[in-house]
Design a binder for this molecule. Structure first.
Ligand SMILES: CC(C)(COP(=O)(O)OP(=O)(O)OC[C@H]1O[C@@H](n2cnc3c(N)ncnc32)[C@H](O)[C@@H]1OP(=O)(O)O)[C@@H](O)C(=O)NCCC(=O)NCCS
Length: 237
């Protein structure tokens, strides 16, 4: 038995590649087939890490004691991950991301627009924000001190990717068509709110950002803000 959240919530899980099993027995036959079609080692590693992270998040989300191979995560035509249990679509939505050996996944109830992203906290050149950020985002980042700008830049980029995933469009869409508003907060391991406005549409995403060691995590959702619950807080009794 697990202590499931009694109210609608978003479950999140961050995993490290060192936790990955060496074998592939935890993948379903259909997933093993997808893996065998991936030619590049980095892509295979990222894909496996994403699946492992998502399966562990989903084992926390569903009350049944599912084994990882019972849960399938198959990409839709647009690339967005979709969950299947026993070959049938599962009543949930997920988003996932991988960067720098970290896998990040969020899970929520079906029908919710949901996106997440993890980025390494590495410096990015100024030209990056000039090319990809809106004037207001550039102003927000430029207002930070030099050492805060690495976080500011990665956080804005990450929130954009989260929003583009929630829209299920990814980088097919101009990154300046979504605009991120955040307030700098130095406290790590704490969720801080953010807002993403989809330009030229009367649409907003509510979101959160959080620093965990050397990465920044972002989550956005199209519904009113839902509480975020860590998978590790869903305890088995
Ligand atoms: C979505 C996207 C922005 C992610 O960018 P990224 O920083 O490289 O990767 P992340 O690790 O943060 O996220 C990757 C995950 O996003 C998810 N994703 C991919 N396309 C998505 C979409 N249209 N909507 C929502 N989620 C998507 C997938 O789960 C993917 O991981 P997986 O392929 O291992 O399952 C990017 O892949 C993209 O723009 N895709 C659409 C364009 C496209 O398909 N290009 C093909 C290139 S050959």
């Amino acid at each position: 038995m697990k202590n499931q959240p009694s109210q609608p919530a978003i479950l999140w899980h961050l995993a490290h590649y060192v936790q990955l099993p060496e074998d592939n027995h935890w993948l379903s036959p259909r997933e093993q087939e997808v893996l065998s079609g991936l030619r590049f080692e980095k892509r295979r590693n990222d894909w496996r890490l994403g699946r492992w992270t998502a399966k562990n998040a989903l084992r926390g989300y569903f009350p049944e004691n599912l084994s990882p191979a019972d849960i399938e995560i198959i990409a839709a035509e647009d690339g967005a991950p979709e969950v299947f249990l026993g070959g049938q679509p599962a009543p949930c939505v997920i988003s996932l991301s991988h960067s720098g050996g970290r896998g990040f996944c969020v899970v929520a109830g079906e029908g919710i627009a949901l996106g997440c992203d993890v980025e390494m906290l590495e410096p990015r050149p100024e030209i990056f924000r000039e090319d990809y950020f809106t004037p207001e985002e550039q102003r927000q980042v430029a207002a930070l001190s030099a050492e805060e700008q690495t976080l500011g830049m990665n956080l804005v980029w990450s929130a954009k990717e989260s929003a583009l995933k929630a829209l299920r469009e990814g980088l097919r869409r101009d990154t300046r068509s979504v605009s991120v508003d955040f307030r700098y907060d130095p406290r790590p391991e704490t969720w801080h709110p953010l807002l993403v406005t989809v330009q030229q549409e009367a649409r907003r995403f509510y979101g959160w950002w959080r620093v965990e060691n050397d990465v920044v995590l972002t989550v956005v959702t199209g519904t009113s803000p839902l509480p975020l619950i860590s998978c590790t807080d869903i305890k088995r009794s």
